[in-house]
Every structure is written in C-alpha cells, then in structure tokens.
Design a protein around this ligand. Structure first.
Ligand code: PLP
Length: 395
C-alpha cells in the first residue's frame, strides 16, 4: 500500500517499503536480530524450501534491511527491479564483480577510479586469472579497441574520482553489450538523485551508501541494484554465502536518510554552483573542474547524464603541493577529510591521500596534480563556505 508505483518520488522516499508491526509505530521499526524463529518444524522446512514466506537468517535478509532496499529501488526508478544492501560500498563493488567473473574472463575499466576499486581490478582480480584492461574512460576508441579482445564486464565510474571526468555510459554500454559483456556503473559521485545509469544501458548499479545516502557521516554501507534475474542469478547467492551483510541498525539509519536525500543533494548542488562561480577565475586557482559548468571539458556528456552538476568540485591551487596544503591548513570552517557526500563540507588532497598508491605517471595521466584539491560541498550556508575558501586562498 505504501510503495504504490503511482506515487511521486518525494512521497515514495518517505513511504516506500514500510511495513508496520502490530504496534502501529509511526517511524520504521528496527528489527535488530540475527535470527528468526518458526512455529513448528514443518514451518522451518517450508521456509527453507521456499514454499512459505518469511525470513531465515540475518546474513540472508532482514525486514529493516528490506525497507532500505525498497526505498532505494523507488529512488533509482526504472531498471531497479531488485536491490541488495551490503555492509560497505566496497562490499557491493566486490560482490558485483566477483559474482559475475571466473578465471579467463576479461574486465575493462577506466584508470580514473576510486582507489579501492582500482586495487580490486589491478591487484585482486589478476590473482584469480581474470584479465583487466584499463583505458582512458573518456576515449571511446580505447573502449572499442579493448572490447575487440573480449569483455565479460565493463566497470564505469562517472563522474570519476577525483577530477570529475565523464564516461559516456550509453556509448560504453553499446560497445560492451555488442561484445556480450555486462555493464556495472558505480554511481556514487552523482548519487541516485542526479544520475540514472539504467536509462543509459547499465546492467547493474552499485553504491557506497556511506556517501550521499547517509549524507551525515555516520555509517558505512553499500547496495547493488539491477534486473531481478541478474541479481537472483549470481549476486544473491554470493552475498548469502560470503557474508558482507549490512547491520539492521545501519539499514534503519539509511532508510530514514533516504527520506531527505533529494532535499539534501539538491541543496548541496546549489551550494556547489555558487562556490564554483566564486572560485572560477580566482588568481590563485589555476584550473577549476565542476561538471555543471560549460568550461568543464566533459560538460556535454555530464549534461546528458546528470540532472545537475553534483556536489563535488576539483581545483588546482597555485604553488603545487605546498600551495594546496597552505590553503587547506588555512581553512577555518571546511574540514580536511578523504570522505565525501557529507552535510559537512570536506576538502581532500588526492595526491597524498586517496591516490598516493599511484605512480607519478598514472596520476599525471588522470589529471591529479600537486596543487589538486577535491571539495565535497555540504549543507552549510554557501556564503560562509565562500568566505572560508576565499580567506584560505589569500593566506
Ligand atoms: C566511497 C566509494 C566507494 C567505496 O565505498 P565504501 O562505503 O567506502 O566502502 C566506491 N566507489 C566510490 C566512487 C566511492 O566514492
């Protein structure tokens, strides 16, 4: 009743998935339990056989986790027929990859990726006989050339960490599908509010719910969404038996957070637009990259795929690493952190933190410079944020 498809999104974000207990609570109930009991041995038999409905064990499913999953499906919209939550974003990425791969398979991905995703690809998968080819994500000729050697899976991240380059989801999906491959989109940076990868041909969408979904810096979580047969065929079993389950408490927090995600992300975008405007052309900023600005080199692709410019801005502070560090250390309101998507604005120096494992050549190739800074725009008043950024640039 509460998640009727005909309701509009804002309604479903507040209502979808709730099933009230016999106590008729207003808010969503928190079922903090690892197991479930049966009225009889016969009922246990029937539930395990799948002929009677009901929960079996917390590693498989939980009613509070289900509220989060159903609400996220409502947000993702068309194409998200099923959703399974995980204990972190990396658990979701790893499961989506491993559940669909075996020795001898081939993965193609851009080299500009979240650092742990890159580790899974360049270090973990090759140990199990999976070949991985990295390409420049924005160069479709490189995708086409790599696909000639075969593609089991293509993993896309767009906008990409940390320089916010675009990957054209539809074109890459066409290339991968023509070669018989599946397409997984890591949609964390855009969030499900701004970008709908299924509309552009994605087969699976993965999230770190740690970022915009929680949005208040409290918990780690992740999720995988896709067509029901695709999730049921490989991913459900993989998660059941390998065990990266989300805590019901964290799922409860996230179900409540999804009630406000549209309001939060849209306001963070409005703040980001104002900050990008205030910083572009500043004499101490050598380059500013914001997907919502016409001067972003990938603006056309971002504009096709995203409904707004997003909550992240990347820029190069004059003076290389020393200039960037001086600027970061002079900030009085904005915090230094490698996290993102929080209500608190956070600034990161990718060269020495998230991307320190890369060689100088690889960093240069994806556009990470010594002066490069990534700003995750929060929910503070934009004028306070702009004043803080300008005073730190003057330092
Ligand atoms: C944070 C992040 C992840 C990993 O998520 P965790 O919740 O930290 O495990 C994966 N991909 C992207 C793009 C991210 O930003």
């Amino acid at each position: 009743m509460n998640d009727r498809d005909s309701y509009r999104l804002a309604t479903r974000l507040v209502r979808a998935g709730q099933s009230r207990s016999q106590h008729k609570e207003t808010s969503e109930a928190l079922y903090l339990t690892s197991g479930f009991v049966y009225d009889s041995a016969e009922e246990a038999d029937a539930r395990f056989a799948g002929t009677a409905p009901g929960y079996l064990y917390g590693r498989y499913a939980n009613p509070t986790v289900r509220v989060f999953e159903e609400r996220l499906m409502a947000l993702e919209g068309a194409g998200a027929e099923e959703c399974l939550a995980t204990g972190s974003g990396m658990a979701a990425v790893t499961a989506a990859l491993l559940a669909n791969l075996k020795a001898g398979d081939r993965v193609i991905a851009p080299r500009a990726l979240f650092a742990s995703c890159l580790w899974i690809l360049d270090t973990l998968l090759p140990r199990f006989g999976v070949a991985v080819e990295l390409v420049d994500g924005g160069d479709l000729d490189q995708w086409r050339d790599a696909a000639k050697r075969g593609v089991t899976l293509a993993l896309i991240e767009t906008p990409a960490n940390p320089t916010l380059g675009a990957v054209d989801i539809k074109s890459v999906a066409d290339i991968a599908h023509a070669a018989g491959g599946l397409v997984i989109v890591d949609n964390v940076f855009a969030s499900p509010v701004l970008q709908k990868p299924f509309a552009h041909g994605a087969d699976l969408v993965v999230y770190s719910a740690t970022k915009h979904m929680d949005g208040q810096g409290r918990t780690l979580a992740g999720a995988i969404l896709g067509a029901k047969d695709l999730i049921d065929k490989h991913i459900r079993e993989f998660l059941r038996h390998t065990g990266p389950a989300i805590s019901p408490f964290n799922a409860w927090l996230l179900a409540k957070s999804l009630e406000t995600i549209e309001l939060r992300v849209n306001q963070q975008c409005r703040n980001a637009v104002r900050i990008a405007e205030a910083l572009a052309g500043h004499p101490r900023i050598e380059r500013l990259l914001y997907p919502g600005r016409a001067d972003h080199p990938d603006h056309a692709v971002h504009a096709r795929q995203m409904s707004a410019g997003g909550t992240l801005i990347a820029f190069d502070v004059a003076g290389g690493r020393a200039g960037a560090w001086r600027f970061m250390n002079a900030l009085q309101l904005i915090d230094i952190s490698n996290n993102l998507g929080d209500s608190k604005s956070l600034v990161t120096h990718p060269e020495t933190t998230t991307h320190r494992r890369l060689s100088d050549a690889d960093r240069a190739r994806i556009g990470i410079t010594g002066g490069g800074v990534r700003l995750s725009v929060g929910l503070e008043d934009a004028d306070d944020l702009i004043e803080d950024l300008l005073q730190a640039l003057d330092a």
